[in-house]
Design a binder for this molecule. Structure first.
Ligand SMILES: NC(=O)C1=CN([C@@H]2O[C@H](COP(=O)(O)OP(=O)(O)OC[C@H]3O[C@@H](n4cnc5c(N)ncnc54)[C@H](OP(=O)(O)O)[C@@H]3O)[C@@H](O)[C@H]2O)C=CC1
Ligand SMILES: N[C@@H](CC=O)C(=O)O
Ligand code: NA
Length: 913
């Protein structure tokens, strides 16, 4: 406020009014302007008492002793708008002298012209103050030592921060307050009771002290900074629901008055505390300091309100439950409301309303990590464009609430009866329970709602009693309690009017095998709420979050058997990972690799560029159960696939359990599909009923599309007559190269070296491998055959069928080269070639595997390398069979076939095609 004195006054004698020099100035000038602080206290008193502080230009007559003069007063008008930024620092931000200095630095470095800073009490102080009250009213003398600790905490902090007059002034106020508190607590001790206003008065001291200390620290750097006891300014009316409503008009009036007396560029205001219209101290209750900041932001029409906390911003989900939760860059005010309900680190809705009215953005930032830009809560129109390109734009956050129970009130007597809902919820109200979500299908036969688990018993009893007659008469069939439930909510403004968002959510839950018990979505469409079993809540949260936030398809993979095929697959995955992620949004993470002796596990995905070295360094003893649990459960990725690259029937025996658990299975291992028929049928039946996938393209013809071609024919209604082919890459290679004087054993060794053979090459030469493929195709076509039903002509010389190992066998094989040479020559002489073929005869319902001779111009004679050739004769392809031909064995093509199944899975799970 400044005092403007016009030329028309008379001054007698000058010295009693102002200093000599200034009076002279006044006398000489036509119109002088002085800060009111330079005018004598008498005159100031006169100004104030005549109400001069209110008007912008008020003519007053100040009369002090024998002096009388006409002056006009121009008030320091409270500037409003963009020049102000409001900051709020919570208790942890000002928890120590170091942190208070840090806060001061943040304020000093904010280049806004004017700053309003709302502070909480130092961390733990408010609790200590409440404790003081509790102790005093329960007549526990230890309140005295606790008060000593409160004094000590603030006094030592002040000593660490300040010195000289600043320190003396803060300490003097502190000691004065403590002595008042002591007297007050003594009174409470004697009365054994503290009124609400006593309590509010006591607990608010923490803010008074932290505000004064911070203001003094900032002043030290030469900034014009004042502290504000908000109880002088902020006026609130208590409401019935233990909340308060700010009186904006009165608060604004008082704020302007306060500013006119305390003009400055930085105001440090106490958070949390306020006064009633009768000037009785009170508090703003829960999240009080945030609310103080929002009210101030609104009154100042500030540029923005920054809420400083100890986290980087608002996460898309609870980061303790979802490792890959991300900080949201922007939230609309409504989204922030929804998120706050679910306990996200967002402001309470109440605290958003004052700033929302003026479209003032709220920024949530981490005081300990200034490099994080935080989360901006604002009107959607100013939301960043970066979000628009992202699917996640539609759903911002996910949250769960645990410990709920569902109540289902059901019966035919409910439909079309007005008042049923009112009666149900009237009973719930009588039980004092809070309803968290409600769902009723339009058939009106049942109403279902969720209440906190601890309230469900009372609610159920209230309903039983309220509807006793209806239940007895059968108009209501039941009041059912479904315990152990959790709510999963998806929040996002853009869900409204965007088709497919809920489909995506439910799809993610279905894929994760999560059963949805109830659903609710209000017509504002900001929130979709589903009720799931308590034990599935984290899985559901991760599934939903990953569906929207991870790349569209993230799959946790476990590789079993890093042998030839397994390790080639790992190399292919390594080489293609970036492309898949960038171009197709497919994020494949190998969480574990297990061999027969050791395993390597990782929580976020093994770095495939060095998996062999990591395996050397970090492998642990193989434990399949632990492996499966790790890959499937111990992380945030809801889709799991186990890729079995062994030839082991015990591993294949686990598929059923894995599929039942929701784990997808992909394999080139033929053991499951060619094993016992009943097990095979059980596996396929399970696969058909569930959402879990079982792919095995590489079991026949390696990477060649044999299974998929057959399925395509069958599913489109064609009828298979016969499938005939060279199904063994090994035997194809052998007979393609067993010529020009080369020996049989030499060519077999070459096939093994090239990676065409089974781990034990006798499986190829015995015809077993081909027989397995015949069985796989026969069963796929609908024949119910066992492996033993297929007659097989074995090429393993009888004496070697019992050899101890594959190595022994290979060593002994040359002894039989002559026998093979003779067969080959006989065919050659007849102008024919030897080919080892498999046949599925659908007409005769049988399969066979044998060494046949074909004329040299037959398509089967035209092969080279490890080529397979498979001819499908069907009703549609009767005269000319449908032929698939190409390399049917080898590490690259087989691993490629497995990889392609993995991508098929990704596409079934929602990857773009
Ligand atoms: N080679 C090819 O062209 C084709 C192969 N296939 C199939 O691919 C599969 C793999 O063949 P391939 O890579 O050549 O075989 P390998 O012998 O090279 O590899 C087999 C792998 O399985 C591991 N293994 C064996 N038993 C277990 C067990 N109980 N638990 C965990 N791991 C185990 C082995 O581990 P360890 O070394 O520690 O014992 C090894 O890493 C076979 O089923 C085969 O039929 C299918 C089509 C074509
Ligand atoms: N050993 C097999 C590999 C593919 O199944 C073959 O030779 O075909
Ligand atoms: Na295949």
């Amino acid at each position: 406020m400044v005092l403007v004195i016009s030329h028309s006054f008379r001054i007698l004698p000058p010295s009693s009014l102002v200093h000599q020099q200034k009076t002279k100035k006044i006398y000489e000038s036509q119109c002088c302007v002085f800060p009111v602080t330079q005018i004598s206290p008498f005159l100031r008193k006169g100004l104030t008492s005549s109400g001069g502080g209110e008007a912008i230009r008020t003519r007053i007559c100040a009369s002090v002793a024998d002096i009388s003069l006409d002056v006009s007063v121009e008030e320091n008008k409270l500037p409003k708008g963009e020049t102000w930024s409001v900051h709020k620092f919570g208790g942890t931000c000002v928890g120590s002298s170091l942190r208070i200095k840090n806060v001061a630095d943040i304020i000093i470095n904010d280049d806004s012209e004017r700053k309003m800073v709302v502070v909480s009490a130092m961390s733990k102080v408010t609790d200590m103050m409440y404790d003081l009250i509790d102790k005093a009213q329960s007549r526990d003398e230890s309140y005295i030592s606790l008060l000593g600790a409160v004094l000590q905490k603030h006094s030592s902090t002040a000593h660490e921060l300040l010195d000289g007059d600043d320190l003396a002034s803060v300490l003097s106020r502190l000691h004065h307050d403590i002595s008042n508190l002591k007297a007050m607590l003594r009174a409470i001790y004697i009365a054994g009771h503290a009124t609400e206003s006593f309590t509010d008065f006591v607990v608010g001291h923490g803010e008074l002290w932290s505000a004064q200390m911070l203001a003094s620290v900032i002043r030290k750097s030469g900034i014009d900074c004042k502290w504000m006891d908000t109880r002088d300014v902020l006026i609130v009316n208590p409401t019935s629901s233990n909340q308060v409503d700010p009186d904006f008009l009165e608060t604004n009036r008082r704020l302007e008055k306060w500013y006119s007396l305390n003009p400055c560029s930085v105001i440090i205001a106490t958070g949390f505390i306020a006064s009633t219209p009768q000037s009785i101290p009170t508090t703003l209750k829960r999240d009080g300091s945030d609310f103080s900041a929002a009210i101030m932001g609104a009154l100042f029409r500030a540029r923005q309100v920054t809420i400083w906390t100890d986290v980087d911003g608002v996460y898309s989900a609870d980061p303790r439950k979802v490792n890959e939760a991300v900080i949201l860059k922007t939230l609309s005010y409504q989204e922030a409301w929804e998120m706050s309900y679910f306990g996200a680190n967002v402001l309470h809705p109440r605290t958003i309303i004052p700033v929302m009215r003026y479209g003032i953005p709220i920024i949530i930032r981490n005081v300990f990590n200034l490099s994080a830009t935080g989360t901006k809560i604002c009107h959607p129109s100013v939301n960043g464009d970066e979000d628009r390109q992202n699917f996640r734009y539609f759903v911002k956050g996910f949250a769960t609430i645990d410990n709920l129970a569902l109540i289902n009130v059901e019966g035919t007597g409910m439909a079309g009866v007005p008042g049923t809902a009112s009666a149900i919820f009237g009973a719930v109200k009588d039980a004092g329970a809070n309803v968290i979500m409600i769902s009723q299908a339009s058939s009106e036969h049942s109403v279902c709602f969720a209440v906190p688990e601890k309230e469900v018993k009372a609610v159920a009893e209230a309903l039983q009693s309220r509807f006793r007659q209806a239940l007895d008469a059968g108009r209501l069939s039941q009041v059912q309690v479904i315990p152990n439930c959790s709510i999963l909510a998806a929040v996002g403004r853009k869900m409204a009017s965007t088709p497919g968002v809920s489909a995506t959510l439910f799809n993610a839950l279905a894929k994760a095998n999560v059963n949805v018990r109830a659903i609710a979505q209000g017509c504002s469409e900001y929130n979709i709420t589903v009720v799931v079993k308590r034990e599935e809540s984290i899985k559901a949260l991760r599934a939903a979050h990953s569906r929207f936030y991870l790349s569209r398809t993230t799959i946790a993979m476990g590789i079993i058997g890093p042998g030839l095929i397994g390790s080639t697959l790992l190399e292919q995955l390594r080489d293609q990972a970036a492309v898949l992620k960038e171009e197709f949004n497919i994020d494949l993470r190998v969480m574990g690799i297990i061999g027969s002796k050791s395993m390597l596990l990782n929580d976020v995905g093994i770095d495939l560029s060095g998996w062999k070295e990591l395996r050397e360094e970090k492998a642990e003893v193989a434990n399949l159960e632990k492996f499966v649990q790790h890959v499937h459960e111990n992380h945030f990725i809801p889709n799991t696939v186990l890729v079995d690259c062994t030839a082991d029937s015990i591993i294949a025996g686990h598929y059923y359990d894995w599929l039942r658990k929701g784990i997808h299975v992909i394999t080139p291992n033929k053991k499951a599909n060619s094993g016992p028929l009943n097990q095979y049928l059980r596996l396929r039946a399970l696969q058909r009923q569930s959402y879990t996938h079982y792919f095995y393209e590489a079991t026949v013809g390696a990477g060649l599309p044999i299974i998929s071609t057959l399925r395509g024919l069958l599913e489109t209604g064609d009828r298979i007559l016969q499938i005939e082919g060279i199904f063994s890459g090994t035997l194809s290679y052998i007979f393609n190269n067993f010529k020009d004087g080369r020996t049989f054993s030499e060519v077999v060794a070459e096939a093994k070296e090239a990676g065409y053979t089974e781990p034990d090459p006798r499986d190829d030469l015995s015809g077993t491998d081909v027989a397995r493929k015949v069985i796989i195709l026969a069963r796929e076509s609908g024949l119910k055959l066992e492996l033993s039903d297929v007659p097989v002509e074995s090429l393993v010389p009888v004496p070697l069928r019992v050899s101890a190992s594959a190595q022994d066998f290979m060593q002994q094989l040359p002894k039989f080269d002559q026998d093979f040479a003779k067969k080959q020559l006989d065919a050659e002489d007849a102008g024919e070639v030897l080919r080892y073929v498999g046949v599925v005869d659908m007409i005769k319902q049988k399969g066979m595997v044998e060494l046949r001779r074909y004329r040299k111009d037959h398509p089967f004679a035209q092969l080279s390398g490890s080529d397979n050739i498979i001819a499908f004769s069907t009703r549609r392809y009767k005269n000319q069979p449908l032929i698939v031909r190409g390399p049917g064995a080898g590490a690259q093509v087989t691993a490629g076939g497995v990889f392609s199944d993995i991508l098929r899975l990704a596409s079934y799970l929602g990857a773009p095609s």
